[in-house]
Write a protein that binds this ligand. Structure first.
Ligand SMILES: NC(=O)c1ccc[n+]([C@@H]2O[C@H](COP(=O)([O-])OP(=O)(O)OC[C@H]3O[C@@H](n4cnc5c(N)ncnc54)[C@H](O)[C@@H]3O)[C@@H](O)[C@H]2O)c1
Length: 264
């Protein structure tokens, strides 16, 4: 029970990585606020957690809107009395080059991916200070570490999340608040599985991950759980890469061919 009696907010909790993390946090003893702009998805996750004997509440939020995030934190503290873990996980992607993308795309992606982390910190940190400390986790991406093309605003937004994580951690580590990011490789979540219906995209992604498969949402939830818990008590300001060996290899991959059958 790594999160016994902790109160945790998970944004984007209605699907994918956020859904897996909501279940994982609840099974480790946390009361979980499953926050999502799609309320029905969040309610379904919360209901299943409660059926399993855990504790969860669904709250509708738009993480890019200040009043919405403020109200999410206020409702959490008024219901549970404290806040220990804030997982700023909701995110979005618009594909395109700087030429293709519209200014509205820039504003949307930066709002959902970066302003959300700013707002999550802005409202969660004062609540955590009153609770004696806490852990903030932000979902970045390996796209925030490289200049891959085809989704340039997304790449910029995730790089911003990584450095915002570092800067926030510097300001608040001495208050007992740790701030860390996770950089996932390609994970089998609903939007990604739609992209992987294209066999070429699937092949490229399988080759890119040295481990020979895509990641599972629960494998990111494991990293989030560790960062949320006291097991990571001396880790602050880090961007933890969970990418099945993607970053370890050069674009050449292996020179010999000891690949699993499905990659030959
Ligand atoms: N799946 C991957 O391969 C991958 C890789 C790297 C990073 N990520 C990041 O992981 C995070 C979760 O993505 P996922 O793959 O689980 O996607 P997902 O679509 O399964 O889940 C994202 C959830 O966020 C919610 N959401 C979107 N905009 C929101 C907003 N403005 N306010 C509140 N909720 C909102 C959606 O309703 C959805 O339920 C994102 O930040 C994404 O960028 C995913």
């Amino acid at each position: 029970m790594l999160l016994k009696d902790k109160i945790a907010i998970v944004t984007g909790g209605g699907s994918g990585i956020g859904e897996a993390s909501s279940f994982r946090f609840a099974r480790e003893g946390a009361a979980v606020i499953v926050a999502d702009m799609r309320l029905r998805k969040a309610e379904a996750v919360a209901a299943q957690i409660n059926e399993e004997g855990g504790h969860a509440t669904a709250i509708e939020v738009d993480v890019s809107i200040s009043e919405s995030v403020e109200s999410l934190v206020e409702r959490t503290v008024s219901q549970y009395g404290r806040l220990d873990v804030m997982f700023n996980n909701a995110g979005t992607l618009r594909p395109g080059t700087v030429v293709d993308l519209q200014v509205d795309d820039w504003d949307l992606v930066m709002g959902v991916n970066v302003r959300s982390v700013f707002l999550g910190g802005k409202f969660a940190i004062p609540a955590m200070l009153r609770s004696g400390g806490g852990s903030i986790i932000n979902t970045a991406s390996i796209s925030g570490l490289h200049g891959d093309g085809g989704a340039v605003v997304y790449a910029a937004s995730k790089a911003a999340v990584i450095n915002l994580t570092r800067a926030m951690s510097t300001d608040h580590a001495s208050d007992g608040i740790r701030v860390n990011a996770i950089c996932p490789g390609t994970i089998e979540t609903p939007p990604v599985m739609r992209m992987m219906e294209d066999p070429t995209a699937l092949e490229v992604n399988l080759r890119a991950h040295a481990i020979g498969r895509l990641g599972r949402p629960d494998e990111i939830a494991s990293a989030a759980l560790w960062l949320a818990s006291d097991e990571s008590s001396f880790v602050s300001g880090e961007a933890i890469v969970v990418d099945g060996g993607l970053r370890a290899q050069s674009p050449l991959g292996r020179l010999a061919d000891p690949r699993p059958d499905h990659l030959r």
